[in-house]
Design a binder for this molecule. Structure first.
Ligand SMILES: [Zn+2]
Length: 238
């Protein structure tokens, strides 16, 4: 292959960029973006937990109101029983009233201990809910901070830059040279490589002395090939 020296440099740059794998890869997410995603997930979980904790409080408060309502009804019933007992003279009626009075008192006692339990429970549930609320508040601040940090990271344009650079360089090479390079690259995955005087930069094999010397002494505008891997060897200006 015959190629002007400046174009040889361009061919080497194309081959190097393409081999580095910078072309065609997705840019990796920044550490800041990963941290933000992690915190957002945590925020979502904490929000769910906080909502569940609030629901548990609501349920228990409803239960307390139910007990209070039952207590009110029972007290009214006790008052009624006592009032009727004060007036009743018939033994059977008095016996029924006393029986009802007694069972209502027992039920009221049960309700009182139920109420005590519900109060203890709602107290614990509210403490739990408050803890989640506090965590949620702290997390929201953290997420905001992480968002600002992620926004401050400049977009990674390395990949775009490399791709654009390769396209530009390819536009500057003669079509037949480019075709020869592409064909060689499709065969050995390298195409063109730097020759450092002894070994090929593509396969990294130390070439036999005679071959290395032949390559070194080839005319400057000639592009020799590696006897091992077939890559076009660019010798550079030195
Ligand atoms: Zn080679």
């Amino acid at each position: 292959m015959q190629l002007e020296l400046p174009l040889q440099e361009k061919l080497l740059e194309i081959a190097t960029l393409e081999r580095n794998g910078d072309v065609g890869l997705q840019p990796e997410a920044s550490e800041e973006a990963k941290e933000l995603a992690k915190l957002r997930k945590k925020l979502g979980r904490t929000r769910d937990a906080s909502a569940s904790a609030q629901l548990a409080v609501d349920d228990m408060e409803l239960e307390i109101r139910r007990i209070q309502e039952d207590e009110r009804k029972l007290r009214r019933r006790l008052d009624d029983d006592r009032r009727q007992l004060g007036a009743a003279t018939d033994p059977t009626t008095r016996k029924d009233l006393q029986h009802d009075l007694h069972s209502s008192q027992v039920r009221l006692q049960n309700l009182t201990s139920e109420m005590q339990e519900a109060h203890n429970e709602v107290h614990a549930l509210r403490a739990n809910r408050d803890l989640y609320r506090q965590q949620l508040g702290e997390l929201e601040v953290e997420v905001e901070k992480a968002q600002r940090a992620a926004d401050a990271v400049p977009l990674d344009t390395t990949v775009e830059d490399a791709r654009g650079r390769v396209e530009k360089l390819k536009g500057e090479l003669p079509a037949d040279i480019l075709a020869a390079y592409e064909e060689r690259r499709s065969e050995n995955g390298i195409g063109a490589a730097k020759f450092n005087g002894r070994s090929c930069g593509g396969c990294h094999i130390m070439l036999p002395v005679a071959e290395a010397s032949r390559i070194r002494q080839a005319p400057a505008t000639e592009v020799p090939e590696c006897g091992e891997c077939g890559s076009y060897l660019i010798r550079g200006r030195a």
